[in-house]
Design a protein around this ligand. Structure first.
Ligand code: SAM
Ligand code: DTB
Ligand code: SF4
Length: 355
């Protein structure tokens, strides 16, 4: 228990009521989002913090744990990913983990205070023969009282329905970057296919988790396009992960950026992206995802100020290192943050993000 956990709630959460619905819009224009990015930094931060307070408790951050349930050997060619067969990253391909081993890992995460357990597989799409094990994992983790999230690649309509039936709370499927830039990062699938799977997930009634990566050498215009694509979906994703690229040796982007002076995204520009996500998608959880390892505590504090309210805990993401529980407990104590309590997750058919 950290000091931060003992701080009492100051005010009821207003994010689930009908209040302030008027600032949830899905008709954002690129010009409006570009104008947000162009604001003086302190003004942008102030506006984002204001929106954040209207919809969320500003001293609470959700703790999520990631587990790679099937690592490496992925046929897709995502330029950032250590798990692509095209990458020479040294990541070894494994088979899908046994259900019991996954549940053991979930129990550890729960005991460490995690409220959401996210399971990721290095697949283009799950095979139907994998679905019974996947379903058993979802059911088992849910029974432990944690929210469940899966990220398995593209889904068929039937698979999405099976996951919904199993009680899956969230499905993560990132759009990663702007529609214009997508083809430069990934050639084995299209931006439209990504949007199609998100639509299947919505239709099945599973909450949507979709975001992307900043720091892949994109322009600010691409960052605007990325936020615009999410903020103009028919309904906003309930969860929006904003990753800072973890440059991994042997991946196209990791190697390319290692050779350029632009290697790491400027912290201020990263915070601007978080703020733009918060302002345009007020009710969504904005997740400060990969890349915290290389961010200062001050930069992370600015992200929380700008509306990030979810992080990955533990010392590993999927294949890359993460800050670790001790470092996060110290960070929370230093910043006066406390872990968010789990709520009965709103299913997408009841939630009102983006309406
Ligand atoms: N294979 C599935 C898919 O791509 O949808 C699920 C797993 S995939 C690793 C999940 C997400 O992790 C990607 O969409 C990407 O946004 C993020 N990611 C992967 N490698 C990353 C890296 N090196 N740095 C930052 N984010 C990364
Ligand atoms: C997301 O947007 N970020 C997480 C989660 N969704 C699955 C994954 C981050 C992966 C970072 C690189 C790695 O561990 O290999
Ligand atoms: Fe495969 Fe997902 Fe990595 Fe792309 S991001 S190579 S789909 S594991």
């Amino acid at each position: 228990m950290t000091d931060a956990e003992t701080i009492p709630a100051r005010e009821p959460r207003v994010g689930t009521g009908g209040l302030f619905r008027s600032d949830v819009r899905t008709d954002w224009t690129r010009e409006e989002i570009a104008a947000l990015f162009d604001l003086p930094f302190t003004e942008l931060l102030f506006r984002a913090a204001e929106v954040h307070r209207r919809h969320h408790r500003p001293d609470e951050v959700q703790l999520c744990t990631l587990l790679s349930i099937k690592t490496g050997g992925c046929p897709e060619d995502c330029g950032y990913c250590s798990q692509s067969v095209k990458a020479d990253s040294g990541v070894e391909a494994t088979k899908l983990m046994e259900v019991q081993a996954v549940l053991q890992s979930a129990a550890q995460a729960r005991d460490a205070g995690s409220k959401r357990f996210c399971m990721g597989a290095a697949w283009r799409n799950p095979k139907d023969r994998d679905m019974p094990a996947i379903i058993a994992m979802v059911k088992g983790v849910r029974e432990m009282g944690m929210e469940t999230c899966m990220t398995l690649g593209m889904l068929s309509e039937t698979q999405a329905a099976q996951l919904a039936e199993a009680g899956l709370d969230y499905y993560n499927h990132n759009i990663d970057t702007s529609p214009e830039r997508y083809g430069e990062i990934i050639t084995t699938r299209s931006f439209e296919e990504r949007i199609d799977t998100l639509a299947q997930v919505r239709k099945a009634g599973i909450n949507v988790c979709s975001g992307g990566i900043v720091g892949m050498g994109e322009t600010r215009g691409d960052r605007v396009g990325f936020i615009h694509a999410l903020a103009t979906l028919e309904r906003h994703p309930e969860s929006v992960p904003v990753n800072a690229l973890v440059p991994i040796k042997g991946t196209v982007l990791g190697d390319m950026l290692a050779d350029t002076p632009l290697a790491k995204i400027d912290d201020i520009e990263f915070v601007r992206t978080v703020a733009a996500a918060r302002i345009t998608m007020p009710r969504s959880m904005v997740r400060l995802s990969a890349g915290r390892e290389s961010m200062s505590e001050a930069a992370q504090a600015l992200c929380f100020m700008a509306g990030a309210n979810s992080i990955f805990t533990g010392d590993r993401l999927l294949t890359a290192a993460n800050a670790g529980d001790d470092a996060d407990a110290a960070l929370f104590a230093r910043l006066g943050l406390r872990p968010m309590e789990a709520e009965e997750p709103m299913r997408a058919d009841k939630a009102d993000c983006g309406r």
